[in-house]
Unconditional design. Structure first.
Length: 249
């Protein structure tokens, strides 16, 4: 199976490799392929990065996928769509923090059956302005990933608002009976997240019936030991099983 990994704000792929090392080891399938993609915008290191790299911290480049502007976010979502088209197919996406937000935004933007997409298609001006890669995924019929793992994720962005130059976070479904992210999801978040508290439940509310929620005590991080890691591994194995486990045994 192929997994696309997206890091958090002010970190990089090496940080995400360290954060997810225990998870990837426990899942334990040597035939899996992990594709870690750095953001394109240099960014000040997030809290805790200096401690992770010790004396080498000053020489470590950290990144963001986007600036805090609608144009930059829209570009990042389209760039992710283009990456998936060029380098896919991927079975799953694993996003931490900003990476999870980016992945969730893409999934909602290209899901044909979502109210968001339906309303976009009804607006000719917005439809004509849709970036090429996003348009290709939106009209392709199949989601860019079979499942998603959100680690300390947050609220995704409304594509229609981004196209109008406005940043709007999606906080609820437009239709109670229609999930905006309609594929198997693990939403793993911490009740003691001091960096971005309260982000887990709103993200879960956008997902469908195959959403598996894992609440841990690792703060704004990834469970790496004990029961929290066990619960995360069980959840990931569950959604892989729902999709059909194609990994070599």
């Amino acid at each position: 199976m192929r997994f696309l990994y997206l890091h958090g704000l002010g970190t990089n792929s090496d940080v995400l490799k360290a954060q997810t090392a225990s998870l990837r080891y426990r899942l334990g399938q040597g035939a899996d392929e992990f594709d870690f993609v750095d953001g394109s915008i240099l960014w000040p290191p997030a809290r805790g990065i200096a401690e992770l790299f010790n004396s080498e911290a000053d020489s470590v480049d950290c990144y963001s996928y986007f600036h805090e502007s609608a144009t930059s976010i829209l570009t990042a979502v389209n760039d992710l769509a283009a990456y998936v088209i060029t380098n896919g197919p991927f079975d799953g996406v694993v996003g931490f923090s900003q990476g999870a937000v980016l992945a969730a935004t893409l999934l909602i933007a290209v899901q044909p059956s979502s109210p968001e997409t339906t309303m976009q298609s009804a607006d000719a001006d917005i439809e004509s302005a849709l970036p090429d890669a996003l348009r290709a995924l939106q009209t392709g019929g199949a989601p860019p990933f079979r499942f998603a793992v959100f680690l300390c994720g947050g609220r995704p962005f409304d594509l229609r608002a981004l196209q109008r130059g406005v940043i709007v976070e999606i906080t609820e479904r437009l239709s109670p009976d229609t999930p905006l992210i309609n594929l198997p999801v693990v939403n793993c978040w911490a009740g003691n997240d001091e960096d971005y508290p309260g982000m887990g439940p709103p993200l879960s509310s956008l997902c469908g019936n195959n959403n598996v929620e894992v609440v841990h005590g690792a703060g704004h991080g990834v469970p790496s030991e004990g029961e929290d890691l066990d619960a995360l591994c069980r959840a990931v194995e569950k959604i892989i099983g729902i999709c059909g486990d194609t990994r070599a045994q």
